[in-house]
Design a binder for this molecule. Structure first.
Ligand code: 6PG
Length: 477
C-alpha cells in the first residue's frame, strides 16, 4: 500500500485530477470499470508521476495507504451510489471517500450519514474548472467532516488553483453537503453570468449593429476592466472565431439551443424551497429551456413586434459603454442572489459557511473566476454578517453609478424588442429592494378578501381580517 490517493472513474475529469495529483508528487492509485482506460492513462501519461494501476476493487483499495483516500469521479446519481456500494464494504473506519462529481447536496447528505455509521468519512466535493482546471488547478469545494479535511486538505491545497495572492482555491466549506451546495450555487451563478453576457452580446449586435468580430474586441476591452473574468475572456475568443467550413462567424453556425445538465436548475429549485429570491439565476435557467422549445419558437415567429434598427457608428460606442454598465450592475445582482442562497442554506443546515472564504476560493480555477470576486471577498471579510452584497457600500455606489445607463439599455431593448430577461430581472430585484412600498400590500389584502388569510397593519401589532362579505368592519384575527 503506497498510494496516497486513489481515483476511480477515469473519464476526462477523473483522469486529469489523477494526473494533477501525480504531477504534484503524490502516488496515485488508478481504477476504472473498464480497465483499458486505466492502462491507456498509464501508457500516455505514466511519465508524469507515480501511478499504481489496478484492475479490481480489492486491488485498488489494497493499493491505498491508510487512512485511505478514495476519490470517485463518476456520473452523479445512481452511478455514484453504485460505486459507493462497491467500495464501502472494503473500507475501514477512518477511511475517506471523496465524491468529486456534481452531486446534488441532498444526496451527499444522505451518503455522508450512511457512511458515517460505518466510520467512513464521506467528502462531497465541488470541483470547478472543467478539464483544464482539473489538470492545472481547479477550484475545490469540499464538504464533509473537519477531521477528513485535516488529512485531505493539504493535498487538495497542493493541486488546487492559486489566487493572485498565492492563496489556494480550496477550503473546508462546511460539514456534510456544504461543499456540493456551494458548487451548485457556483453553477447557478455561472448560468446567470453566461445569460447576462449573452444578452450584452445580443444588444451589441442588434441594437448597436456590431459584427461578432467587433463585439469580440469590445469584450476584450471589457476584460481589462472591472469585468475581467474567464467567461468574458472566452466570450471574446468564441466571438472572434470563424467557422472553417463556411467562413461565417462561428457563433452564427451554432444552433441557438442551450442545454443544461441540472446544477443551475437545482440552484433555483432549492432557492424556491428556501424562499430565496434568485430571479436572475432563474431567468438564466428559463432562457436555456425556452431556447430549446423549437416548436414553440417556430409557431411564435410571426408574432408582431419591432424590428431592431441598428444605431449609427457614432452612437454605437456610447451604447456599448452603457451595456457594460448594465452588465456589471446585473452581475452584482446575480452574485448578491447567489450569496444570499448560500447564506440561507448555511443557516438552514447549520453549516456556518464563511462567505468571504467562498468568494476567495472562486478567485481562480473555477468557471466564474473573476477579479470581481476579490472585491466580494473583501466585502465579506470586512463585515461577515453583511445582510446582502448590496449592503456593501462600494457595491451600492457602483450600482448607483451604473443605474442610469442600465435603465437606458433596458429601455432600448424593450423598444427594439430584444429579450433581456437577465438584465430585466436584475433591475427589478434592485428596484424592489429599494422600494419603500411594494404591491405586496395589495396582494395581502386580496388574500384576505378571498381566503380570510389575514394581514398585518402598518400602524399597530397583531393580525387582522376584514369582513369583506359583510359590513367590511375589521376584526382581530
Ligand atoms: C465547472 C462547470 C462544470 C460543468 C457544468 C456545466 O464548474 O467546472 O460548472 O461543472 O461544465 O456541468 O453545466 P451545464 O452542462 O448544466 O451547462
Amino acid at each position: 500500500a503506497s498510494a496516497q490517493i486513489g481515483v476511480t472513474g477515469l473519464a476526462v475529469m477523473g483522469r486529469n485530477l489523477a494526473r494533477n495529483f501525480a504531477r504534484n508528487g503524490y502516488t496515485v492509485a488508478l481504477h476504472n470499470r473498464t480497465a483499458s482506460r486505466t492502462h491507456d492513462l498509464v501508457k500516455e501519461f505514466g511519465h508524469e508521476g507515480d501511478f499504481v494501476s489496478t484492475e479490481t476493487a480489492e486491488d485498488f483499495v489494497a493499493a491505498l495507504e491508510r487512512p485511505r483516500r478514495l476519490m470517485i469521479m463518476v456520473k452523479a446519481g445512481e452511478p455514484t451510489d453504485a460505486v459507493i456500494e462497491e467500495f464501502a464494504p472494503l473500507l475501514e473506519p477512518g477511511d475517506m471517500i471523496i465524491d468529486g462529481g456534481n452531486a446534488h447536496f441532498a444526496d451527499t447528505r444522505r451518503r455522508e450519514r450512511r457512511l458515517r455509521e460505518q466510520g467512513i468519512h464521506f467528502v462531497g466535493t465541488g470541483v470547478s474548472g472543467g478539464e483544464e482546471g482539473a489538470l492545472h488547478g481547479p477550484s475545490i469545494m469540499p464538504g464533509g467532516s473537519k477531521e477528513s479535511y485535516g488529512s485531505l486538505g493539504p493535498m487538495l491545497e497542493k493541486i488546487s488553483a492559486k489566487a493572485k495572492d498565492g492563496a489556494p482555491c480550496v477550503t473546508h466549506v462546511g460539514p456534510d453537503g456544504a461543499g456540493h451546495f456551494v458548487k451548485m450555487v457556483h453553477n447557478g451563478i455561472e448560468y446567470a453570468d453566461m445569460q447576462l453576457i449573452g444578452e450584452a452580446y445580443q444588444l451589441l449586435r442588434d441594437v448597436a449593429g456590431y459584427s461578432p468580430a467587433e463585439i469580440a474586441e469590445i469584450f476584450r476591452t471589457w476584460n481589462t476592466g472591472r469585468l475581467d473574468s474567464y467567461l468574458i475572456e472566452i466570450t471574446a475568443e468564441v466571438l472572434s472565431h470563424v467557422d472553417a467550413a463556411t467562413g461565417k462567424p462561428f457563433v452564427d453556425v451554432v444552433q441557438d439551443q442551450a442545454e443544461q445538465k441540472g446544477t443551475g436548475r437545482w440552484t433555483v429549485q432549492i432557492a424556491l424551497d428556501l424562499g430565496v429570491p434568485v430571479s436572475g439565476i432563474a431567468e438564466a435557467v428559463f432562457a436555456r429551456s425556452l431556447s430549446g422549445h423549437t416548436a414553440l419558437r417556430e409557431a411564435s415567429r410571426h408574432l408582431a413586434g419591432p424590428k431592431a434598427t441598428p444605431l449609427g457608428k457614432a452612437e454605437a460606442g456610447a451604447f456599448a459603454d452603457r451595456v457594460e454598465q448594465a452588465l456589471y450592475a446585473s452581475k452584482i445582482v446575480s452574485y448578491t442572489q447567489g450569496f444570499h442562497e448560500i447564506a440561507t442554506g448555511s443557516e438552514e443546515y447549520d453549516w456556518t459557511i464563511d462567505l468571504g472564504k467562498v468568494a476567495s476560493i472562486w478567485r481562480a480555477g473555477c468557471i466564474i473566476r473573476a477579479a470581481f470576486l476579490d472585491r466580494i471577498r473583501a466585502a465579506y471579510d470586512a463585515r461577515p454578517d453583511l445582510p446582502s452584497l448590496l449592503s456593501d457600500e462600494t457595491f451600492a455606489q457602483e450600482i448607483a453609478a451604473a443605474q442610469d445607463d442600465w435603465r437606458e439599455v433596458l429601455a432600448a431593448a424593450t423598444r427594439q424588442g430584444v429579450p433581456t430577461p437577465g438584465f430585466s430581472a436584475a433591475l427589478a430585484y434592485y428596484d424592489a429592494l429599494r422600494a419603500e412600498r411594494l404591491p405586496a400590500a395589495l396582494t395581502q389584502a386580496q388574500r384576505d378578501f378571498f381566503g380570510a388569510h389575514t394581514y398585518r397593519r402598518t400602524d399597530r401589532p397583531g393580525s387582522f381580517h376584514t369582513l369583506w362579505g359583510g359590513d367590511r368592519s375589521e376584526v382581530e384575527a
